[in-house]
Design a protein around this ligand. Structure first.
Ligand SMILES: Nc1nc2c(c(=O)[nH]1)N[C@H]1C(S)=C(S)[C@@H](COP(=O)(O)O)O[C@H]1N2
Ligand SMILES: [Mo]
Length: 320
């Protein structure tokens, strides 16, 4: 199902998406390689110095993750045309349109704070830190819709270990790129930018917390957080911050955008919890995109066996 979908998309085009989008760059480049010779190659095969991560590049996936759900994957078109990415508009179909020209290359991520080895990584360097895995995760938005997506990436813990957290580090703060010039409608979103999020260090180190570069076997579409984002599947969607540029290890709980904007509606933890209602609506059920009947929401979005121990002894009504 998912492979067929990806092939349909590629098969409908004369040239791969990244080649089409970046045709000018290739035609004007001094590489002496014809476009035809490049078609169908994977990112790794194209790893010469000038190579950049481009939207729609195929990704080499080392293995399917044992963390994957075996539920049916949500169609690509639904997942890429029903988004929350307020930098590109508050309407669900706006990001697909308004992020089209978002420039995501070159791109780097600064990792700093309470670490022994602070470093700024290009996204290409980041992608090579560990073999990329495909993980089919459930994702549940606080607005009560859900999707099942084959993400590509590796555990954030790989990167955190690489920079060596100091003992004082207790939380991880994340920040999205912000440039009003590239995000002309961000001003009307009603939330502050840059978008920021945070996790406790032990949550960030949990193997389920994914540093994500792709979906459906290709690099991330802009509206889904290109070129690198977080996916934290046991939490409501807004914790899964997109288009990351900064990761900082800190001692105190860092600010999180939705929590700052409306603390009574959005807690810092935001673990999926069918028993704790959002003040304005129930969280007991969800609608999977493309389906008619709602289904019950599961505790920790179905990941309780893996993550419940992180919250042992905490009052989950207080720390919602
Ligand atoms: N920078 C940024 N990251 C963000 C958001 C946003 O508005 N800006 N929205 C969040 C919300 S509410 C959700 S549900 C998910 C949606 O991810 P998706 O569009 O890939 O499904 O992204 C999250 N990450
Ligand atoms: Mo969300």
């Amino acid at each position: 199902m998912l492979i067929k979908k990806a092939e349909e998309i590629r098969g409908s085009e004369i040239t791969p998406k990244w080649l089409y989008v970046n045709r000018r760059r290739f035609l004007t480049g001094a590489l002496g390689v014809t476009a035809g010779a490049l078609a169908g190659r994977t990112l790794k095969e194209l790893a010469w110095p000038a190579q950049r991560v481009m939207a729609g590049s195929k990704l080499n996936v080392a293995r399917k993750s044992p963390f994957s759900t075996n539920e049916e994957v949500t169609p690509y078109d639904d997942v890429t045309h029903y988004n929350n990415f307020y930098e590109f508009g508050v309407g669900k179909e706006e990001p697909a349109e308004k992020a089209k020209n978002f420039r995501t290359s070159p791109w780097s991520v600064k990792v700093s704070g309470l670490v022994e080895k602070p470093r700024t990584f290009s996204v290409e360097e980041l992608m090579q830190l560990a073999p990329l895995e495909e993980r089919i995760y459930r994702h549940r938005c606080v607005e009560a819709w859900s999707i099942v997506v084959p993400w590509t990436g590796y555990s954030l813990s790989v990167l955190l270990k690489e920079v060596a957290p100091q003992p004082k580090a207790k939380f991880v703060a994340f920040e999205t790129y912000y440039n009003p010039g590239q995000m002309p409608v961000a001003n009307y979103a009603g939330i502050p930018f840059p978008y920021v999020e945070g996790l406790r260090l032990d949550e960030a180190m949990h193997p389920l917390a994914l540093l994500c570069f792709g979906m459906y076997g290709e690099t991330l579409p802009n509206q889904d957080g290109a070129p690198v984002r977080m996916v934290v599947p046991w939490k409501y969607g807004f914790k899964s911050i997109k288009s990351l540029v900064k990761i900082k290890l800190v001692e105190k709980q860092p600010p999180a955008t939705w929590n700052m904007a409306n603390p009574s509606e959005y807690g810092f933890y935001s673990n999926v919890n069918p028993n704790v209602d959002h003040p304005r609506w129930s969280q007991a059920k969800e609608r999977r995109l493309g389906e008619f009947f709602r289904r019950p929401t599961l505790m920790f979005n179905g990941y309780a066996d893996q993550v419940a121990s992180l919250y042992a002894g905490m009052d989950l009504r207080k720390y919602f």
